[in-house]
Write a protein that binds this ligand. Structure first.
Ligand code: 13P
Length: 249
């Protein structure tokens, strides 16, 4: 049995007031949720402690949106995976397409960050996905395979249980355009086959889908045999939508 995970990536959204309303709403909305679903809240780093305070007593996990390539030192403005571990996070997102696009993160930088997160003892939520141009050129699977191969090249046998991979086609993020369930399933099956080839216990490794997941498409996506949950952006900022998506998992 694989873990089912639904993660809320708030991106650079939030305020002290919003944390209170959103977390309070999600906490009460999910109080009866099937215990088989692991819900992860990934707020901006500055609000991690507030989210944690509002979640206390419940079973949600916390995540950091991005960690530095270093664990400590003179790197003004950066936050490390060790710090995320210190304040109680369980996951760190690595390689989100917005980091790749706006901050120039290469596959090699992503691989370094994966190593730092693994060293810190936390779980990596590795994001991969092709652009629209790459999909239209028929390169989607090759692009995703390259991202996975480079990012996970340094994973030791005993570290695979710290890895989760999220397939987020760039053209589906924030656009309202979702991959069809069949297309997403096809990519997930290809990723699982590749992970097996890389020596991962692929049948046990959770693979999430992200990109315009909404309450009305979540159930069909999550019903696919190789989709083990979702990484939710915009809809995670709306209590009702996020609660319904978690309920669909
Ligand atoms: P949206 O759900 O807003 O498309 O964002 C997906 C995403 O990037 C989650 O990391």
């Amino acid at each position: 049995m694989r873990r089912t995970i639904v993660a809320a990536n708030w991106k650079m959204n939030g305020s002290t007031e919003m944390v209170e309303v959103l977390v309070g709403g999600v906490k009460s909305g999910l109080s009866g949720l099937d215990k088989g679903v692991e819900v992860v809240i990934i707020p901006p780093a500055l609000y991690l402690r507030d989210v944690q305070r509002h979640l206390s007593g419940s079973e949600f996990a916390l995540g950091l949106q991005n960690a530095a390539c270093w664990q400590a030192g003179a790197y003004t403005g950066e936050v490390s995976a060790d710090m995320a571990a210190d304040v109680g996070c369980r996951y760190v997102l690595v390689g989100h397409s917005e980091r790749r696009q706006y901050f120039g993160e290469s596959d090699e930088v992503v691989a370094e960050k994966v190593e730092r997160v693994l060293e810190s003892g936390l779980n990596v939520m590795l994001c991969v996905g092709e652009t629209l141009a790459q999909r239209e050129a028929g390169e989607a699977e090759a692009v995703v395979a390259r991202q996975i191969r480079i990012a996970l090249a340094g994973v030791a046998a005993q570290q695979w249980e710290q890895i989760v991979v999220a397939y987020e086609p760039v053209w589906a993020i924030g656009t309202g355009r979702t991959a069809t369930a069949a297309d997403a399933q096809g990519m997930h099956a290809a990723m699982r086959a590749l992970l097996a080839e890389l020596g991962a216990p692929a049948e046990k490794l959770p693979l999430l889908y992200g990109g315009s997941v909404k309450p009305d498409n979540a159930a069909e996506l999550f019903a696919q045999p190789d989709i083990d949950g979702g990484l939710i952006g915009g809809a995670s900022l709306k209590v009702d939508d996020f609660v319904r998506i978690c309920g669909a998992a």
